[in-house]
Design a protein around this ligand. Sequence first.
Ligand code: PEP
Ligand code: MG
Length: 599
Amino acid sequence: MAGKERKSKVIKGIRVAPGIAIGKAFHVDNDEVPIVSYGLKHDSQVEKEIKRFERAVNETERDLEKIKDNLPSEFRDHASILDTYLMILKDRMIYKQTIKIIQEKKINAEWALKQAIRRAGKVFEKIDDDYIRNRISDIRYVGDRIFRHLAGMGPLQVKCNSERVVIVAHDLSPADAAQIQLEKIMAFVTDLGGSTSHTSIIARSLNIPAVVGLGNVTDEVNNGEILIVDGLEGQVIIDPDEETIARYYEKQDEYESYTKTIIRSAHEKAVTLDGHKIRVEANIEMLEEIVAVFDNGAEGIGLYRTEFLYMNRDDIPSEEELFTTYSELAELIAPRPVNIRTLDLGADKFLLISGRRREESNPALGLRSIRLCLKEEELFFTQLRAILRASAAYKNVRIIFPMISGMEELLQAKAILCRAMESLERDGLDFDRNIPLGLMMEVPAAVAIADLLAKEVDFFSIGTNDLIQYTLAIDRVSEYVAHLYEPLHPAVLRSIKQIVDAGVRNGIPVSICGEMAGEPFYLPILLGFGLDSLSMTPRAIPRIKNMIRNIRLSEAREFTDTALNLGTAEDIIRYLQELMDKRFSSIFAFLDPPAPIFS
Ligand code: PEP
Ligand code: MG
C-alpha cells in the first residue's frame, strides 16, 4: 500500500503443527468477559442469584448442544470434547460448588464461579499427567461461556467471509473452531496454548499449520493484515515485505514436496543406506489411535500405555473389560506385535479413582508404577490375566514391566505373572505360553545392573522420558526445571550405551520408546548406539523412516562414538548441529535444533 509505513514484526511462539501459511488475519473474538464482585444482602437476593446462574448454565448447555448437533464431519474426532464440556457444565466441581459459594459467601454468581474455577485449577495442577493437567483449560472454557451469558453477551459468534484466512484468537476450543467453515482456515495463531492444548490437537489432526503461546498476538495483529505463519520454526510474521513473502512461498513449496515424499514412503521399510533394517513402531494410549498407527506406516505397537482405561472413573476395570480391549487391539494390529505395558499409574493419577487417593509429597519417587502393582497385587494379577488371555488368538502380544529398579522387583513381578499363567491353566483358558517379556529401562539403578536384568527378560525398551528425569533428577513435568531437562546430557547418552551393550552381550534386542525416539534431531545419535527398533507417536513415523533411509549406520556409529567422548550437552548439540547442516541440510531445512520435548 503506497505511503503506508510497514510495521513488519516477528513474534515467536510454540510450533505445534508444521507447515507454512500466508494469508489475511481474521480475529475470533473470544476475549475474556470482565468480572466484577459484589455482595448480596438478603436471602431473596441469594435465591435470585442462584436462579440467574442456573439460567446462564442452561443457556450455555443449549449453545453447546446446538454446536454438537451441527458438528462438521471433520470434527467427528473432537465430538467427545463437547460431551466433556456438557459434563463439566453440570459437574459438582463447578456447578454445585458455585451455588455453594453463592449461598455461603453471599456473593454474585460471576465471582462465585470464578472462585470455583480457581479451586478446580488447583486440584488439576497437581496431576502428574500433561494431558490431563491441561484439561483445566476445558473447565475455563466452559466457565467463559457461562460468564458470557451472565453478562448477557450471548454465545461466541464466529463467521468468516469469502476468502481463506489465518485465525487469530486468544485461545480456541473445538467448539469455537467447529463454528468456522474449515475450508476457510489456512492456519491458527493463538495467544495461549502449548503442544497439548486443543488448538494444537485440532490443527495437527486437520493438518493446518499452527503457532500457539504467542503471548499477545491478538493485540499486535489487525483484522485483514497479512500474516506469515511459520509452523516449522514457531513464528508469526506480521505485515511482511514482498521479499519475505516470496521467500516464504518458496519455503512452503519445498516443505510441501518434502511432506509428500515422506508420506508416500511411510509404508516402506526403514533401511539405512548401508542396508540395516530398523523397526519403527508406534506408541499409543487408546484404541482409537489405531487409524493413525496404520496411516503412518508403523510396523507394530512398540508401547501401549494402559493407564487410560483406569482413569476418569469411579471403579476399577474388570478382567473382561480389559480382555475385550486388549484382544481388539491384538486383532487389529495382527500379525504385527503389540507391546502392552502393565500399569504405570502414579500416586497422583489415583486421584481419579475414587477413594484411593494417596498423599505423597514427591509422587514421581513414590508409590507408582510397578511398585504400586506389587502392593496392589490383585489389580496387577487381573491385568496380567487379561493381557495373557488376549495373547492367545494371534500370539502377537508382548508384555513390558515399567519402572523396574532392581532384581527383587523384577522377580516378584515375574512370580505374579507365573501365578496368572497357572490360574489360566486351571481355568482352562488359553494364552501364548511363549509370550515375550520385556522391561522398561528408566531408572538409573536398573541401568547399573542392566547386565543382570538382561538375563531375566526377552527384551529391553528404554523409556527416555523417565530415564532422563531420574538420571538428571529433573521433574519431567515441572516448568521450573524444564530448561535443565536435557536428553543429550552425557550421563543420559552413557546410560543408553550401557543398556544397549548389556542387551547385545546377552543377545536380547533393545528399543527406545521415549519421546526422544520421535525427534529427528536425535536420530543419528540414537541409531549409532545400534538399537533394533524405535517407537514413537504415530505422526512422527514417516519423517523418522525417511531420515533412516538417508543415513549410513556406519557413519551414525562414528557420530555416537564421538558424542560419547564430549563432556557437555552443549558440545554434543553443537556437534550434532554441524552434522545436520553438513549432512542433512535438505531435511533439516525444515527443522529447528531440538524442539522442546515437554513444551
Ligand atoms: C518413558 O518414560 O520414556 C515412557 C515411554 O513412559 P511414560 O512416558 O509413559 O512414562
Ligand atoms: Mg516412563
